[in-house]
Structure formats: structure tokens, C-alpha cells
Design a protein around this ligand. Structure first.
Ligand code: PEP
Length: 253
């Protein structure tokens, strides 16, 4: 199984700083270990530039969101086919910030995932429990509902094209990280849900950890059996830290 390091830049950078960050990553792209997949998800306005700068390297460009419809009267929205037309290869869906601030439901996230799959793009599907869910012991149920609610409709070949990311909401941008045991236990649970669709789905779908992951905790998190890399927020905005995470991912190979 490949190890993936994906950077979610969120609503950060401007044209100049985005270009500089991508250049720094591209300069080191030659040293990405075999079996490691690097993905960056800059904001929409910088995607075309990112695709151009990353052309011919092993860095894949992803978007952070898309609309579920292919086209039409949806002012301000961006479709999966538009992303595909500029060379974007993947897209994050179901991030907790979109669930929280834009009221995205599991059903809607499922529709966005379907739109991406229909265009041949890779959905990076995020799920994870809130602090109160973990404190009340509901964390497995919450993640099960999120996965079943959004992904239950897909065939095995479709599921095999998805990347999953477990992102406990209480760990995102807080400096709190799931312990390696908490991460492994939830990833194993998610893997068991995939297994219900058949062994090949469970074997092929990478499950990333996200939530205050940085070079000081990545080795122990990435070292877990069912952790296939990370979805990185804050640390993906600093080339040195992100490249260090890519290097640590290479140790798993
Ligand atoms: C994220 O938002 O996907 C994330 C993992 O953020 P951070 O690394 O900053 O916690």
C-alpha cells in the first residue's frame, strides 16, 4: 500500500506565497521515496498554477471542494468537470470545516463524491468525531454513520478509487493529536467497514490520519499498521515541515 502525504492549504496563501511554496516542494520532488504519493490542495485560484508548476513531478494537485452538479445555475460554485479540465486529479470532500460551517450532510458529501468519481477524479473523503462524541464513547458510531451515509451507495471498483482520511475534529488545528493507539484503533475500525465490501476494498483503500500532524508526531502515527499517511493542515503551509513529513512517510516503505 502506498503512503500518502496530502496538504490541505485551506483558505491560506496568495498568488506569490502559493507559487513560492509550490516551487520549494517541486525542487525536492526528486527525492520523494518510491511508494510515497504527495498531494497538495491549494485554494481554487491557484490550482491552474499548481498544476503547471507540478507538471512532470510526482506531486498531484487536489481541490478542497467541488459542487455535486456537473454544470448550471449555481453562482459561485465549481464542478468536478471544471477541475478535471484544468488538470486537477483529486478533491477533498467532507472536511469537518465544510460540515460545520457550510452544513454539509453525509448525503451531500456522497453526491460530491459521486460527481468526482464520474469525472475520474480521486475523492479524499474526510470523517471524524467531535470531542463530545469521543467523550461519550460514540466515536466509532459517528464515523460508521459518516462512512455509511456518504459512501454506502458506491460499487467496489468505485470505493477502491477513494482515499479516506480520519480527522478527529478535536485534533484539527488545535495542537491536540490522537494518540497512536487512538488513530490505529479508528483506522482498524474503518478498515473493517471497508472489509464488509470485500477484502480487495479493505486492502486497496488508503486511510490517512489528519489532526495536528507534524514532524514531531508523524513517525509514530504513520508507523501504525492501518495508518497510510496523513492529511496535513497547518504543517503543509511550511515547505520544510511538509517535506519532512514526506521524508518520514518514506520510512514506512
Ligand atoms: C485539516 O484541516 O485537514 C488538518 C488536518 O488540519 P491541521 O493539520 O492544521 O490540524
Amino acid at each position: 500500500m502506498r503512503t500518502i502525504v496530502a496538504g490541505n492549504w485551506k483558505m491560506n496563501t496568495d498568488r506569490a506565497s502559493a507559487a513560492a511554496l509550490i516551487s520549494a516542494l517541486v525542487k525536492s520532488a526528486g527525492s520523494i521515496a518510491d511508494g510515497v504519493q504527495v498531494i497538495i490542495a491549494p485554494p481554487f485560484p491557484f490550482l491552474s498554477m499548481a498544476v503547471e508548476q507540478c507538471a512532470g513531478t510526482r506531486i498531484m494537485v487536489a481541490a478542497q471542494n467541488c459542487h455535486q452538479a456537473e454544470k448550471g445555475a449555481y453562482t459561485g460554485e465549481v464542478s468536478a468537470s471544471m477541475l478535471k479540465s484544468i488538470g486537477v486529479q483529486a478533491c477533498i470532500v467532507g472536511h469537518s470545516e465544510r460540515r460545520q460551517y457550510f452544513s454539509e450532510s453525509d448525503a451531500l458529501i456522497g453526491e460530491k463524491t459521486a460527481a468526482l468519481l464520474a469525472q475520474g477524479l480521486i475523492p479524499i473523503f474526510c470523517c471524524g468525531e467531535k470531542k463530545e462524541d469521543r467523550e461519550s464513547g460514540r466515536h466509532y458510531d459517528v464515523v460508521t454513520e459518516q462512512m455509511k451515509g456518504a459512501l454506502g451507495r458506491f460499487t467496489n471498483p468505485e470505493l477502491e478509487r477513494i482515499i479516506l482520511a480520519y480527522e478527529p475534529v478535536w485534533a484539527i488545528g488545535t495542537g491536540l493529536t490522537a494518540s497512536k493507539e487512538q488513530a490505529q484503533d479508528m483506522h482498524a475500525h474503518m478498515r473493517s467497514l471497508l472489509h464488509m465490501h470485500g477484502p480487495s476494498v479493505a486492502e486497496r483503500v488508503p486511510i490517512l490520519y489528519g489532526g495536528s500532524c507534524n514532524p514531531s508526531n508523524a513517525e509514530s502515527l504513520f508507523g501504525q499498521h492501518d495508518v497510510n499517511g496523513g492529511l496535513i493542515g497547518g504543517a503543509s503551509l511550511l515547505a520544510e515541515q511538509f517535506l519532512e513529513l514526506v521524508r518520514i512517510a518514506g520510512m514506512k516503505q
